[in-house]
Design a protein around this ligand. Structure first.
Ligand SMILES: [Zn+2]
Length: 330
């Protein structure tokens, strides 16, 4: 009984604490930017970066930090206008967090952290990037990153004069999601929009994932026999509601209703853009896309850039009603 109780508590911790951190791709809400204008001067803004998992804290010029984020979050081979869009997004994420600008920072006194699982943006040092890219490609790749950051220096995405929470993801699969279909809050700039240009993503094609019903029940913290009985004459598992973007919103398993966003994380599916087919004791999911599909679609941004859109048009496509403005005006 004690073990069962411990298992239940662990499961609750997973659902309440861990899942939201995993769902959020890099930028969670910290509230609007409040506080004094950023200090002017040649030094510009500096950011304190908690480097996970070492626990070390670095102090970097904001623009240098943004370069390490863009390099970590988007392939350097992407179109330069897509890299510029990512740079503006990375900077916007950062300034929302910075304590000097009224942000909440991260635990331990730093402004930002590098663990995506903990709600941070990925960041890589030059040494990390040398290891990733190799010496032969480093100079050319780094030059592209620098150009993207320098061309957008100081620019952020705003809505009604405040920095937005610029969520982004890898591949939406054709249409992005409304924010309230993934989380609770309906943000006016995180609306479902068509994404016509992410078909070149490695995650755009449908991929099959097959599970036994026993494993599905276990991943959800249940028992397959009991869930079969509870299902009655209905299918064991069924998508019972879809979002505005046509992705799974609610999944019924047995007699339990699951938010599709929770369900897909517990099963390790790459997105909620799935269909499911039951055959005997197995469920076969056909999944497209990668990530939560809210906000900017990175492969879509690359596709729009290759079709001739500049970074401002890309950002305005994925973030409804926003402006691209210099941080210095706040
Ligand atoms: Zn897309």
């Amino acid at each position: 009984m004690r073990y069962l109780l411990a298992a239940v508590v662990l499961f609750q911790i997973l659902v309440v604490l861990v899942l939201p951190a995993l769902v959020v791709r890099s930028c969670d809400s910290e509230g609007p930017l409040r506080g004094p204008s950023p200090p002017a001067g040649e030094d510009g803004l500096w950011v304190r970066v908690l480097v996970d998992p070492t626990g070390a804290t670095l102090r970097l010029p904001l623009e240098e930090y943004v370069k390490g984020v863009v390099a970590a979050e988007m392939p350097a081979s992407f179109d330069l206008e897509a890299l510029k869009a990512q740079a503006v997004v990375a900077r916007t994420c950062s300034v929302r967090r910075m304590r000097a600008l009224g942000g909440a920072g991260v635990p331990g006194g730093a402004d930002v952290r590098t663990s995506v699982e903990q709600g941070g943006q990925a960041w890589l040092s030059r040494d990390d990037l040398l290891d990733r890219w190799g010496r032969v490609d480093f100079d050319a790749n780094w030059a592209r990153i620098e150009e993207a950051v320098q061309a957008t220096q100081g620019l952020i995405v705003t809505y009604s004069g405040l920095p937005v929470d610029p969520l982004y993801h890898s591949t939406c699969g054709g249409r992005t999601e409304n924010s309230e279909d993934v989380w609770q809050e309906a943000l006016p700039y995180l609306r479902s929009v068509l994404c016509p240009a992410d078909g070149h993503s490695p995650h755009a094609a449908r991929t099959a994932y097959t599970f036994s019903l026993t494993d599905i029940a276990a991943n959800l913290g249940g028992e397959v026999g009991a869930l079969r009985v509870a299902a009655g004459n209905r299918p064991f598992l069924q998508v019972v509601a879809v979002t505005a973007a046509g992705r799974a919103r609610t999944v019924r398993v047995g007699d339990q209703m699951w938010r599709a966003t929770d369900f897909r994380l517990l099963l390790g599916l790459p997105s909620t853009a799935f269909t499911v087919e039951l055959t005997g004791d197995q469920a076969r999911f056909q999944v497209t896309g990668w990530g939560h599909a809210v906000g900017l679609c990175q492969y879509g941004a690359d596709g729009l850039a290759r079709a001739g859109k500049d970074y401002r048009a890309i950002l305005r496509h994925y973030y409804t009603g926003v402006e691209i403005e210099p941080l210095q005006t706040y």
